[in-house]
Design a protein around this ligand. Structure first.
Ligand SMILES: *Cc1c(COP(=O)(O)O)cnc(C)c1O
Length: 381
């Protein structure tokens, strides 16, 4: 739907344009170095991300899905989780969160999000616990930190393993401290999976991901599992996989990481601009926490348009604005999971009908946001 729109939902060529020379120089560095797997670019990136997120250990992976599933596989290999254990996950997440759980041999327990934050809440989690619940995967959906006092208290009291899905929220800061007394998304629970898929706030020019953890044994297990299950050369303690963070992508990400703070601040400013300017009563705006602006890094700016979402999208498209839907079909209703879930998830199913994502790329200007808001305010059913 992005053919020659005045405001495409996202143009990666535009977001990467300011760094083009730096990116090309970094790529040719790697090519000239002769080291095409591992090496110092990957090491620099894992160190830099650990610094930023306040986690002691990181392992580069091929993508975000692999990061999440390798973490869960590691917990099984060290004997902390067992095949068939239940993992609480928000029902309105991207399918990859569910895939990581099922591919590790665990059982997703989908839970409706809070309708205001569109995220898991401690309240929702505590009601969904069963004797089989052993872990929880909070997903910081759309860039908003999914963490609160009640969630912290619940995971500590029930000794749950917490694996954060930080694919959409690198750089976000929680108003409530995590299990280790830190506040950055990625450091709140035991482990976290990051994605550097090109559309993410810190996006590579291809696939890349990273697993973060506070536990050195888990870090060792993830490292081995990602390298054919090999703990030392030609010795395989696990039946692992091959999933690596490519050094060219690491070099691209080092360039962009040095600008992530500006990117985040720009996105927060654009979201606040939308919040000030959109006044059409047909649409419901996302929550903006002005007291804790860093609690959301606005991977997406998601409106709800009850009753006429698709008509609204068509209208926006006609007026040159590209929109997207995250996500039209929740994972528990996907054909691959047919017959697996019997939970009633009314909020998730309602949101799937109502949500629409506006353009919020850091390449947009304040006057672009004003123009898009004006178009929204002129929408009538
Ligand atoms: C993008 C994404 C993933 C998967 O990351 P990939 O790098 O694409 O494998 C997982 N969870 C969420 C919430 C995502 O948005």
């Amino acid at each position: 739907m992005s053919e020659n729109l005045r405001f495409p939902h996202l143009s990666l060529a535009d977001t990467n344009a300011p760094y083009m020379e730096e990116l090309c120089r970094a790529a040719s560095d790697v090519i000239r170095s002769g080291q095409y797997v591992g090496g110092h670019h990957v090491a620099s990136l894992t160190h830099a991300v650990c610094d930023m997120c306040h986690t002691p250990f990181a392992v580069g992976t091929g993508n975000g899905l692999d990061a999440l599933r390798l973490i869960l596989m590691a917990y099984i290999e060290v004997g902390i989780l067992h095949k068939g254990d239940e993992v609480i996950v928000p029902a309105n997440t991207y399918v990859a969160s569910f895939l990581a759980i099922t591919q590790a041999g665990l059982k997703p327990k989908p839970v409706d999000p809070d309708i205001c934050t569109m995220n898991l809440s401690g309240e929702g989690v505590s009601k969904a616990l069963t004797p089989h619940t052993k872990a929880i995967m909070p997903v910081h959906l759309y860039g908003r930190v999914a963490w609160d006092e009640k969630l912290l208290e619940t995971v500590v009291r029930h000794k749950l393993i917490v694996v954060e899905d930080v694919a959409q929220a690198l750089g976000a800061k929680s108003p409530v401290e995590g299990m280790y007394g830190t506040d950055m998304a990625g450091s709140l629970g035991n482990c976290a999976g990051l994605s550097f898929y090109p559309t993410k706030n810190l996006g590579a020019v291809g696939d890349a991901g990273m697993a973060l953890t506070h536990d050195s044994d888990i870090a060792d297990a993830i490292k081995a599992l990602a390298n054919y299950g090999s703990d030392r050369r030609y010795h395989n303690i696990y039946a692992g996989i091959n999933s690596r963070l490519d050094p060219i992508q690491a070099a691209m990400l080092m360039v962009k990481l040095s600008h992530l703070d500006e990117i985040t601040l720009k996105r927060i400013a654009l979201a606040e601009e939308y919040d000030n300017l959109i006044s059409n009563p047909i649409v419901i705006k996302p929550l903006v926490d002005y007291e804790h602006p860093r609690s959301c890094v606005w991977h997406q700016y998601v409106l709800r348009v009850p009753g006429c979402r698709d008509q609204f999208r068509e209208y926006m498209h006609t007026h040159g604005v590209g929109t997207d839907v995250h996500y039209p079909t929740p994972p528990h209703l996907q054909p691959c999971y047919k017959g697996m879930f019997s939970e009633s998830l009314p909020i998730t199913e309602l949101l799937a009908q109502e949500v629409v994502s506006l353009p919020i790329s850091e390449a947009l200007s304040h006057s672009d946001i004003a123009e898009i808001s004006r178009i929204i305010n002129n929408f009538r059913k």
